[in-house]
Design a protein around this ligand. Structure first.
Ligand SMILES: *[C@@H]1O[C@H](CO)[C@@H](O)[C@H](O)[C@H]1NC(C)=O
Length: 267
């Protein structure tokens, strides 16, 4: 064998030694496939346990008739379609309790009207204002804090799949409108805080500004001005920072110096 031949043979052997590479590659592919399969299986198992957990937690759906049967041993009530277990408070919800009218039904309207007639003890909120409805929603959040929620009531606010209805999204719209109004009001009060006011039979009404009148702490006092709130259609006193500010919304009190921090109202 010439040296050249030897070299060639060595190269051939080295090529042969490299030949396991393709089989390693295909092994590698198998590993990859098995890995993906294992990953998929574990994912599916995990999903199934999650689904199982959800189905355990899944709330019960009540028909109005079913709910009506929980007024004796176990006490349930609904508000805006959310069913709560109020068994722990028989002093309120048993047949002799002070809120017995709310047990076994969704009497959402009654939470606003406070009445106990058939027109009050309904979940129909027709004719109520956004503010009224937001108030009722406040009761829902009260029950969510105080009592275990155990299901949904099929009817006005949830369909037979437990999906919220248009009526429920209308409630949420009212709640959002009121939330925005409150935020707007808070911004207004930061800029034009309410005055202090006092009334006595002899002296009549007195309004005055301080650095924290209306609960708005600020580094200025301001002067009292009459403000007509078109949304509530009522007049009230606000403290305006600069006495010489020209703003048609704020009018001076009669017989009161425009720079005085206090005015007497002679009605
Ligand atoms: C309702 O509450 C009562 C008392 O707290 C409890 O004994 C009962 O198991 C509860 N029912 C459900 C369905 O959670």
């Amino acid at each position: 064998m010439s040296t050249k031949d030897k070299n060639n043979k060595a190269r051939d052997e080295s090529v042969n030694q490299l030949s396991p590479t393709p089989s390693f590659l295909s092994n590698y592919k198998w590993w990859l496939v098995s890995f993906i399969v294992i990953l998929l299986i574990s994912f599916i198992i995990q999903r199934q346990t999650v689904d199982k957990k959800n189905s355990i937690k899944k709330e019960r759906l009540f028909t109005p008739d079913e709910l009506q049967s929980y007024t004796k041993d176990e006490l349930y009530l609904a508000i805006l379609g959310h069913v709560f277990n109020v068994t722990s408070a028989p002093q309120f919800y048993s047949s002799t309790g002070s809120y017995k009218f709310f047990t076994g039904r969704d009497a959402a309207r009654g939470f606003h009207t406070g009445g106990t007639s058939a027109e009050d003890l309904t979940d129909d909120l027709t004719g109520l204002t956004d503010e009224d409805i937001a108030g009722i929603y406040g009761w829902l959040t009260f029950y969510q804090k105080q009592y275990p929620q155990i299901g949904k009531l099929i009817g006005r606010y949830f369909d037979s799949n437990g999906t919220p209805t248009e009526h429920f999204s209308n409630v949420l719209t009212s709640v959002n409108i009121m939330k925005k109004k409150k935020e707007e009001q808070a911004r207004f009060e930061q800029q034009w805080p309410p005055c202090n006011s006092e009334w006595s039979h002899d002296a009549g009404k007195r309004v005055w500004c301080t650095e924290k009148s209306g609960g708005i702490e600020r580094p200025w006092t301001g002067v009292p001005r009459r403000y007509f709130d078109s949304s509530t259609k009522t007049e009230r006193c606000v403290c305006v920072k600069n006495a010489d500010q020209q703003d048609g919304r704020f009018r001076q009190y009669e017989d009161c110096s425009p720079t005085s921090i206090e005015c007497k109202i002679l009605d």
